[in-house]
Design a protein around this ligand. Structure first.
Ligand code: HXC
Ligand code: NAP
Length: 266
């Protein structure tokens, strides 16, 4: 992916991406690499993360993949430490691992709720907290991937709404606490992004999907490169005074009801 910001805007930077084996986060990883960054990727599946890293290396990028579950603080910390040992202080940390499914609250078990909280919210705390001793201070850019669910209640999404609302607060609390260290902490809130697992799980398809697309002010789904462009910008000097921001990249879809809020799963 060629960034509209230029080829080498992240030359020499080291980026750590949690949840980087697929989808939006892998698209961001590729954008970072095309802009010149070295990449360390983690996700749960050893096969998926190694395949993603290998595919990036095959394109000529510096990329290593390590299996680590964001719910396992020690595993996350070890992956971050190994990255800093390999390449030096980490300039960019992206926390994007997530789990989601549609489940009406009355049919959701306590463990189902906890599982999504643990991956999305605890996972984001773990990734950022464990990064603190390994990031460039000053200068690091930390980016959480949140969702419209953080601010828009949605039926069938109580677990994701609660988790992503927490992700927004983790982002903003850390922006306050780590700003004095010269660390910027922001979140990107993607709208509906085409060809992703999230959309496969949440979008019913057919006429309902066409009706939903008609509500998006820009009239279409986003692409992974749209999120990558914003993440690249947030990691450059051009964004040096941006911290604590929750930035939608959603074609204004949140303004007309937010993602799938018109659907009822109860
Ligand atoms: C109700 C469910 C469920 C479902 C799982 N559970 N799927 N409950 N409906 N469809 C419950 C289980 O019954 C169990 O509770 C508990 O959740 C844990 O299930 P496990 O399968 O053991 O969890 P785990 O192996 O940790 O897998 C996590 C997962 C899985 C979230 C359940 O789907 C996963 O790995 N997802 C990763 C990929 C993903 O979701 N990508 C989309 C992200 S997109 P009990 O009580 O039975 O023990 C996103 C959307 C943003 O975040 C917005 C898009 C527009
Ligand atoms: P995806 O392809 O399923 O991406 C999720 C990633 O997280 C995968 O790489 C997965 O790899 C990893 N992961 C899951 N659980 C993990 C765990 N416990 N520890 C470590 N890694 C884990 O889904 P996506 O749709 O692209 O979503 C990516 C991000 O964008 C998520 O944060 C999601 O909430 C957000 N988002 C998506 C949309 C959308 O339109 N799709 C909209 C708004 C927000 P493994 O299976 O190998 O672990």
């Amino acid at each position: 992916m060629q960034s509209s910001l230029g080829n080498a805007v992240l030359a020499g930077k080291v980026a750590f991406i949690a949840g980087g084996s697929s989808g939006i986060n892998l698209g961001v990883a590729e954008g970072f690499a095309a802009a010149g960054a070295k990449l360390a990727l983690i996700s749960r599946s050893p096969e998926k993360i190694e395949a993603a890293a290998r595919a990036l290396r095959d394109k000529g990028y510096d990329a290593v993949g390590t299996a680590a579950d964001v719910r396992d603080y020690a595993a996350v910390e070890a992956a971050l430490a190994a990255t800093a040992t390999r390449w030096g202080p980490i300039d960019i940390v992206l926390s994007g691992a997530a789990g989601n499914f549609i489940a009406p609250a009355a049919a959701l078990s306590a463990n189902g709720f906890k599982t999504v909280i643990d991956i999305d919210l605890l996972g984001t705390f773990n990734v950022f907290r464990a990064s603190f001793d390994h990031i460039a201070k000053p200068g690091a850019s930390l980016i959480a991937i949140t969702a419209g669910q953080a601010v828009q209640p949605m039926a069938g999404q109580i677990h994701a709404c609660a988790a992503k609302a927490g992700v927004n607060m983790v982002t903003q609390c850390l922006a306050m606490e780590w700003g004095p260290h010269g660390v910027r902490v922001n979140a990107i809130s993607p709208g509906p992004i085409a060809d992703t697992e999230g959309m496969r799980r949440l979008m019913p398809g057919g006429e309902a999907e066409a009706a939903y697309i008609a509500t998006i002010p820009l009239g279409h789904y986003g692409e992974k490169r749209d999120i990558a462009e914003l993440a690249i910008f947030l990691s450059t000097e051009s964004a040096r005074y941006i911290s604590g921001a929750i930035i939608p990249c959603d074609g204004a879809s949140i303004l007309t009801g937010g993602s799938q809020s018109n659907f009822r799963f109860t």
